[in-house]
Design a protein around this ligand. Sequence first.
Ligand code: ADP
Ligand code: MG
Length: 319
Amino acid sequence: MPEILKLEAVSKIYTLRRGFFARGRPFYALRRVSLSLSEDEVLGILGESGCGKSTLARVALGLERPDEGQVLVAGKDFFSLPKREQRRLRRYVQIVFQDPYASLNPRKKIFDLLAEPLIIHKLCPPEERRARVAEALQQVGLSPEDMEKYPHQFSGGQRQRLALARALILAPKALILDEPTSALDVSVQAQILNLLLEFKERLRLSYLFISHDLPLVLFLSDRVAVMYLGLVVEISPARNFFELSHHPYTEVLLESVPEPDPRRRKKRRAVRGEPPDPSQAFSGCPFYTRCQEALSLCEKESPPLREISPGQWVACHRR
Ligand code: ADP
Ligand code: MG
């Protein structure tokens, strides 16, 4: 299947500004991340807060330049292209952010918010803009009259529908969904998820679905990439996830998921130890200090991602 988005050994290094000792030191937010998103696929990105998920989203969108590696959009090396070509490709990958309150400019009318991408990308003659905006609103279950309103007149769930309409109006091939429902109430979450499933089928979209919620990621995704401290430690199919043997970090995540079947319930293991200092270019496995199965090799050598079962890639010396 053709790849819409591909990251090849992408690293993003920030410079710390705060802290007396830390100031000026590099901070590795992404470490040689390689991932690809195919047509018609949902790739879940799973990881705890601070592991680099939003950084990954910004780099994949071409909003931030990686310090190492390449971002390929529709097979083209995005950052080596002229600005005009970059703009053309940006249309293919759109984003919906976590916070629907922060992502819509409160001073702009809905019509202006939704027409803006059409104007930037010169996609629609001025006389057709109102019809396109009306159509986009209806697509997400809102009414064409809503285009005269302002963001504060909508609830959180409705705002997330507006964010979705704004992304879809450009007819993208892929959406990056960065924790799109984690700021919403559970009942509203389900509505947005259903909408996402519906669009995926109807518009044949691909999603990069970012979340810290394992059951949610498994529900939506075809494959799941697990991140820890800026690294991808595992990529596995979602379909038979519970039957597979996983990276020790993934196992810890799995243990925190309630298991309805008592026969399958495992004894919970507490995560001990501190993660390594992300301002250091550590050479071993990032999970070494907290792993119950660690070998001395794990401290010295970073395990590469290896295919340990069909379609399943794990970065662990013990698997
Ligand atoms: P996640 O989305 O998984 O919670 P982020 O990608 O937002 O994680 O952040 C990863 C790490 O990079 C965090 O420790 C965060 O503090 C740091 N970080 C993110 N953006 C910047 C930035 N612009 N400057 C410095 N550090 C940053
Ligand atoms: Mg985030």
